[in-house]
Design a protein around this ligand. Structure first.
Ligand code: NAP
Length: 317
C-alpha cells in the first residue's frame, strides 16, 4: 500500500500515524518534524506551558545561536514554531500505552487514542532528597525551581543543594538577590561545567560547603535550618536559612512504561540515537532515554531522529 493510501485508511479508522508524548524540546522538535513529514499526528502533554524543564531554567547559555536566552523564552520560541505549523499539544497526561494487534493504544484519564507509532518524550522530573522535612516544608521554603521562586527570598539567606549545572546556575541566580547563599555539595569537586564554576566562584556572597550531605530540613511552618553531616569528619551542624533549593538531578518518568519497553537500572528507556526501543513502533527521545549528555541541544536532535525512525517504521509496515 502506498503511503498516501495508508494515511487515508488510518484517518477512516481513526488511527493516527504517530502519537508524540511530551512537549519539552524533544517533543516540540518531533512535532515540527512530524508536521513537515505530513504525518497524521496526535500530540499530548501534561502541562499548560510547553518547553519542559527549560521553562524552569533562568538562562540557557549553550544553545547555539541564542546566547543568554532565558529558558522561558526558548521554550516559548520552540512551542511558537510548532504552533506556526499548526501543532499544539492537547493537555492530557498519559496513563498507559499498550500494543493491540500492532496498534498502540494510548490511554489518558478521559480518552483513548490509537496510533501506529509513538514517540515518548516525557522527559524527567526533579529528584528528591528523601530527608525529613523535605516534603512537609515543600512550598514553605523548600523549592526545586530557583527561577520560579527566587523572588520570595530577596535579601534572605538560602541554601542550594547539589553540584551539577542546575545547582550552580541556581546559586548564581540567587546570589543576585539574596543576602547569602550556601552551596552544599556531597563531594569536594563540582560536577558543573567549568565556565559555570568560574562564575560561581566570583560571587562574593556564595559560600561553598564541601563533602556534606543534608540530613533534615528543620522548621515548623517555614524552613528555619538545614542539618548536614560532613562526610570526612562526621561532624553534624545546622545552617540557618530561609530557603532550601534542591538541585540534585533528575529522574525519568517511566514507571508507567516499565511493562512496555526495556528500562535501564536507573529507569531510563533503553534507546540509542535513533530512538528505537525494545518495542517495535515505540521510540524514545530526549532526557527520558539512555544517553551520555542530557542537554537541550541533544534533546532536539533526538526529536528529529525519532521522527525519522518512526517514518522508516511506518513505511516498512
Ligand atoms: P546532575 O548533573 O545529575 O547533577 C546532580 C548533582 O546533585 C550532582 O552534583 C550530584 O552529586 C548531586 N546529587 C545527586 N543526588 C544527590 C543526593 N541524594 N544528595 C546530595 N547530592 C546529590 O543534575 P542537574 O544539575 O540537576 O542537571 C540535570 C540534567 O539537566 C543534567 O542531565 C544536565 O546535563 C541537564 N542540564 C542541561 C542544561 C542545558 O541543556 N543547557 C542546563 C542544565 C542542566 P555528584 O556530583 O557527587 O554525583
Amino acid at each position: 500500500m502506498v503511503a498516501t493510501e495508508k494515511v487515508r485508511q488510518n484517518i477512516m479508522e481513526n488511527i493516527y500515524d504517530l502519537a508524540i508524548l511530551g512537549a519539552g524540546p524533544a517533543g516540540i522538535c518531533a512535532a515540527i518534524y512530524a508536521t513537515r513529514a505530513k504525518l497524521n499526528t496526535i500530540w499530548l502533554d501534561k502541562k499548560f506551558v510547553q518547553g519542559g524543564q527549560i521553562v524552569d531554567t533562568y538562562e540557557v547559555d549553550n544553545y547555539p545561536g541564542l546566547p543568554g536566552i532565558t529558558g522561558l523564552d526558548l521554550g516559548e520560541a520552540m512551542a511558537g514554531h510548532a504552533e506556526k505549523l499548526g501543532m499544539k499539544p492537547q493537555r492530557e497526561p498519559v496513563r498507559s500505552i499498550e500494543t493491540e494487534h500492532g496498534i498502540k493504544v494510548i490511554r489518558t484519564k478521559k480518552n483513548e487514542y490509537r496510533a501506529r507509532a509513538v514517540i515518548i518524550a516525557c522527559g524527567a522530573t526533579h529528584r528528591h532528597l528523601g530527608i525529613p522535612g523535605e516534603e512537609e516544608l515543600s512550598g514553605m521554603g523548600v523549592s526545586y525551581c530557583a527561577t520560579c521562586d527566587a523572588a520570595f527570598f530577596q535579601d534572605r539567606t538560602v541554601v542550594v543543594v547539589g553540584g551539577g549545572n542546575v545547582a550552580v546556575e541556581d546559586a548564581i541566580l540567587l546570589s543576585r538577590t539574596c543576602k547569602k547563599v550556601y552551596l552544599v555539595h556531597r563531594r569536594d569537586e563540582l560536577r558543573a561545567e567549568k565556565i559555570l564554576q568560574e562564575s560561581l566562584f566570583a560571587c562574593k556572597n556564595v559560600e561553598l560547603i564541601w563533602d556534606s550531605i543534608p540530613l533534615s530540613i528543620e522548621g515548623t511552618d517555614k524552613v528555619e535550618a538545614l542539618k548536614i553531616r560532613n562526610k570526612k569528619t562526621q561532624e553534624e551542624s545546622f545552617i540557618e536559612t530561609d530557603g532550601v533549593f534542591i538541585a540534585v538531578g533528575i529522574v525519568p518518568g517511566t514507571e508507567k512504561f516499565k511493562d512496555l519497553v526495556k528500562l535501564d537500572e536507573a529507569g531510563y528507556i533503553v534507546a540509542g540515537e535513533d530512538g528505537i526501543t525494545s518495542e517495535p513502533g515505540i521510540f524514545a527521545a530526549g532526557d527520558i532515554r539512555t544517553k551520555n549528555l542530557r542537554q537541550v541541544v541533544t534533546a532536539v536532535a533526538d526529536g528529529a531522529n525519532a521522527v525519522a525512525s518512526a517514518q522508516r517504521y511506518l513505511l516498512d509496515k
